[in-house]
Design a protein around this ligand. Sequence first.
Ligand SMILES: CC(=O)N[C@H]1[C@@H](OP(=O)(O)OP(=O)(O)OC[C@H]2O[C@@H](n3ccc(=O)[nH]c3=O)[C@H](O)[C@@H]2O)O[C@H](CO)[C@@H](O)[C@@H]1O
Ligand SMILES: C=C(OP(=O)(O)O)C(=O)O
Length: 451
Amino acid sequence: MEVVLSDVLVVTGGTPLTGEVRVRGAKNLVSKAMVAAVLGHTPSRMFDVPRIRDVEIVRGLLELHGVRVTDGELDGELIFDPSNVERAGIDEINVHAGSSRIPILLCGPLLHRLGHAFIPDLGGCHIGPRPIDFHLEALRQFGAIVDKTPEGLHLSAPNGLHGIKFTLDYPSVGATEQILLTAVLAEGVTELANAAVEPEIVDLICVLQKMGAIIKVHTNRVIEIEGVSRLTGFTHRPIPDRIEAASWASAALATKGDIFVRGARQADMMTYLNVFRSIGGSYEVDDDPVGGGIRFWHPGGDLRPVVIETDVHPGFMTDWQQPLVVALTQANGLSVVHETVYENRFGYTHALNQMGATIQVYAECLGGADCRFGRRGFRHSAVIAGPAKLHAHDLVIPDLRAGFSHLIAALAAEGTSRVHGVDLINRGYEDFEAKLAGLGARTERPVTQAA
Ligand SMILES: CC(=O)N[C@H]1[C@@H](OP(=O)(O)OP(=O)(O)OC[C@H]2O[C@@H](n3ccc(=O)[nH]c3=O)[C@H](O)[C@@H]2O)O[C@H](CO)[C@@H](O)[C@@H]1O
Ligand SMILES: C=C(OP(=O)(O)O)C(=O)O
C-alpha cells in the first residue's frame, strides 16, 4: 500500500513562478479580531478569514471559552457568538499550550467577562526569547493579580480593571494589542506611549471602534483609550495579509518569475515596495477595489544589492526579511540586513549556505544605527554576497517565514530538494501548495510503500 509522507515536500527548482495568487485577511489581524469578539455582548462577523492553522487554533481556543463559532454563507465568513462565555467550563485549555502567541491576548477580555483567566504556555516562531514582561506589567497596573505557575498564568481582578498611564520600553505589537483589548472596558482613561502602530493594530482599533470603543491615536505613538461599560459585536473585512503578499513578491524575484498578488494593498507595503524597486524588481499596482492587487516581476538583467534594517512600522517589517534574503542571494554584490526586532532570526541562513549561498551573520549592528542587540552577542546582522548559484539540498523548516524562504530557495535552486516540516507553513500561508501548483512550481508529496 502506498502512503503519502506527511510533512515532506519534494521540490524541483528552476522554474520561474508565474501566474496569480490571492491573499485574504492578515494572520496578524484576524486572530486578534477573533479575540476582540469575546469583549462583545452580541455576535461578531468577519469576512475573508483565511484557512490557516493560526485561525483554527484561535477558533478552538474561543470555542473552549464558550464562544460559538460558525461558518457564514460566504467562503471565509465566520460568525462568533460570545453569549455563553460566562457558562463555559475550560478544563481542556492546556491542549493549546505552545500552539501560538494569541492566548496571552485573552487576558483582558476574560478578566472583564469572568474576573479570572488561565493562559497556557505560548507558542509562535522561535526567533528569540519573546518575553511577555510588558504585557504582565501593564496587566498588573490595570489591577490584575498575575500568578505564574508551571502550567501557565493564572490571573484575577478582584477589584476590576482601571485605566493606566503606560509607556512601552519598545513598541511591541502584542503588548499594544494587550493594552487596547484591556483598556476598552477598563474604568477610566488609558494613555499608552511608545505604542506600536502597525497596520494590523490600526485595523484592530477599527474593529474595537465598531464595537463601541473610544480610541484616539495621537502623533508620536501615543494612543488614548476612554473606557466604556459595554461593547457590541462587529462586522469586519480585515486588511489583506501584507506579509504573505511580500513573500510571493520575493518568490517572484528569486525565481525570475511574474506573480500577480490579488488582494495586495499598496498602502500597507510602501516600505517593502521601495526596497523591491531598489533591488531591481518591477511592480504595478492595480487598485481596483474588487479584484485589484499588485503584480510583481523580475524584469531581467542583474538585481542590485541593498542595505536594509528591519524595524517597527513604518520601517521594513521583520517578517518580510527571510523571503527577501533569498532574492538577495541573486543580487550582484553585497547586501546587508540588520535585524532589529528579534535577536535570533538568521538561523535559517545556514540552510541557504548549504544550498550555495554566501551569507555571513555578525553580532555587530551593521549598515544602520545601533540597536538593542548590539554588543550583546546576538548574531543579528547578515551580509549576503551574490549572485549565488543555488543547488538542491534536504531542508528542515524551523519556523514560519524561514520555512517559506526555504521553499523559495528550493524553487530557485537547480535540482530536487526534500523540504521537511512544511506543515508549519500552513500556520500563515493559506493553501500554499495549491498556490504553488497554480504558479507552475514542481512540487509533490512523496509516497512510500507501507509494510
Ligand atoms: C501574531 C503576531 O501578530 N505576530 C507578530 C507580532 O509578534 P509579537 O506581538 O510577539 O511581537 P512584538 O512586537 O511584541 O515583539 C517585538 C520585540 O519586543 C520584545 N518584547 C515584546 C513583548 C514584551 O513583553 N517584551 C519584549 O521585550 C520582543 O522580544 C521582540 O524583540 O509582531 C511582530 C513584529 O512585527 C511580528 O514579527 C509577528 O509576526
Ligand atoms: C513571527 C511570526 O508570527 P508569530 O508571532 O505568530 O510567531 C510571523 O508571522 O512571522
